[in-house]
Design a protein around this ligand. Sequence first.
Ligand code: GLN
Length: 307
Amino acid sequence: MNTSTSKLSSLQPEQLAAWAKEAINRSKSGQVPAYVPLLAEADREWFAVQIQAIDGEILSWGSIDRTFPLMSAVKPFVLLYLLCELGEKTVFDGVGCDASELAFNSLTQLEIDRGKPRNPMINSGAIALASLIPGNNAAARCQNLRTWLNQQANSQLFVDELMLDSVNQKRNQNNRDLALAMVKSGYLQNSEIALETYNQVCCLSGTVEDLAKLGMVLVNSGESLWENCRTVKALMATCGLYEASGRFALRVGLPAKSGVSGALLAVIPGEGAIGCYSPPLDREGNSVGGLFLLEQIAKNLRLSVFD
Ligand code: GLN
């Protein structure tokens, strides 16, 4: 007998398909990023979603076999890994936990904060945290994170080497300036290894299934992880969509994290996780189609944590 209690499992495939198609339509107003050549090649109509409910039900739509780099959607999991490996004190000595009001790669934000990264969900914070990942070099650090995440989530994340080449092809002066400013302020020791590690972990790639499975780690957190998972979910809710996080709380009301690839993860505490991929982005760098779909799902199924 199915004793399903998940609100998510009441979602009908036809309904999901209809919302997804409308999401593709809406995403036409977005832009694919130009600063990583391979991301710029993404087809604007690519779309995939996987919804995983806590009772095991899975619903998906679109190109679910397509892989994409997590980019900033990896940031909550860098944070989780380090909270587990190094503890809260070390992590939050190096990075703040307040919401940001400027763009995810803003040097001005870092300067306002006198060189301390405002939170782990923006580039400065993630670059600072990347420098704390154990390992002798960037590849070893990324490998350590990858192995741990795949174990926790039962996912199949891999480093997309072509994407990494593409990221390295055009020097990202902005991220470099952030790193140098943090070396100056004492929040970073070695800018090179921090940036290299950051670029590698951003190129950890997988499918929407992998993304949803990562989200489930935050939902199913066992006894040893629940406190760290709560911290990560709280920071996703307040900072995960950068300066749009407050607006998103009203519109959707779920802990979420976006990436510049068009990845978007939402976590529904006690219910499940939604992994979505749709490349066109809005002004803040969040997936237009992904946000639309999440809004439909959350409103219609009353999934907001504030409902
Ligand atoms: N690697 C990307 C960058 O540094 C990640 C940023 C993002 O996904 N928002 O620009």
